[in-house]
Write a protein that binds this ligand. Sequence first.
Ligand SMILES: Cc1ncc(COP(=O)(O)O)c(C=O)c1O
Length: 497
Amino acid sequence: MTRAPYLHVRFQPSGSRRRVSADDIVRTLVAEAAAGHLPPGSRLPPVRALEHELGISKNTVQAAYDELCARGVLVSRERDGVFVADGPGRREMARAGAAEAGPPAPKTPPAARLREIPLRQNRPPTGDALRLDMVFVDPDLLPRERIAECFRSVLHVPGLHRFYDAQGYAPLREAIARRLRARGMDVVADDVVTTTGSQQALDAVCRALATRRVACENPVYPYATALFRSLGAELVGLRLDPFEPLPLEEWGRVLAAARPELFYTITSFHNPTGRSCSSHELTGILALASDLDFALLEDDWGSDMLSQGEYRPSLRAFGGRNVLYANSFTKKLLPSLRIGFVAGDERSVPAIIAAKRVATLGNPTLIEAALAELLERGYYDTHLTAMQQALDARYTRCLELLDERMPAGVRWTTPGGGPLLWLEVPRSVDLDALAARLAERQVVVAPTPLAFQGEPHLHGLPLGYAFLDSERLARALEILGAELGRALGSAAAGALA
Ligand SMILES: Cc1ncc(COP(=O)(O)O)c(C=O)c1O
């Protein structure tokens, strides 16, 4: 049984004494009661608590409490402890000057005045809903047992639990750097800072910026722009149409006028459009950065989701060590692991570590060690191969289903990897109304107005195909096709009327 919390009273030894005496306790509690600071019925510190706190003997405390009980200031209740009396003794105190009404109730402070950060609702996958809005991979494709095995194995690593490295667990940073070098990136373990998902990589880089003016594609992953804005960053949107080449000349004009400090870019399997930059476009972005003097933060979240263990070049591989490179294991392993990282160089890393430390001090070493073990044992590569095959099959099936089910006028991107594509629909379709009708039929889609800066120049939805197995995907796309057909039919009917 939990006892009521006890009052905390500050006792001071009188005169030149070093320790509090029984008289000091009596005098202090009488004065506190007379001043109305001891609410009747409240519990006093147990004898052993005062003995411990003040470094005095149990007998001293007991003698003081006995005296106060005798005077009627306190009452002792067997086994429950000592309490502030509400009887004659207390009235005596009142005559001595204490307020009859007892101590005033503690005042209520105002609620914190909070800023709203506009975000889409965070709905965990539950029940039978067919979630086309998820960028996660189907949990059935994730190596839960092997991760559990690695956790068990690292639990007893000597010294693991003594401290944490604010930069991240060194063997994990080693393993990450090795993987990135194999992809043509110049990265050593000292260049890597682990983070809580790549979301914290974006957070740390933005916090560390000397000037928070950040360019991003428009549309872009809305939690990035919400994050940058919440850190007071000024955003510069660069129009992106996933069906067209990058308008690099237009971007150059916007960037030259706005002079951002950083361009945050998702070069592969862009969220929310699924678009990937061609190698030629990557060199174009590097040229703009060099000519217009802005840094690059490359978010490579989807690159491990390309078929057959293949990778395409990254900005970091082409552009060298100044390019800040962020990636994450959360989508491809367990979302609950929440481990990402950012690779910088000897000049950027100290500022990024400092930014990480002010936010979280460090990551859980246990999780990082388990992940390092998973990489070390080769389990991650085995898992990626199996997952990529499964995702390839889902992607192919998704394209077939879209061909079969989507009404005329609807088109989509063909990312060839990653977890999502963009479905562009005629402007006559009311996206919110469509989402509401689909929700009634247990299909979840998420229009992304928050991904756009200003009026959206695209009219569509991201579709995640990595989360649902092919039977459920077929059902979801059949319902989506039917609802789109109905929306287009009624829009056409409306136009004729
Ligand atoms: C493009 C992109 N970058 C970064 C993140 C952050 O993911 P995490 O923190 O799980 O690594 C996400 C999450 O969906 C994303 O879509």
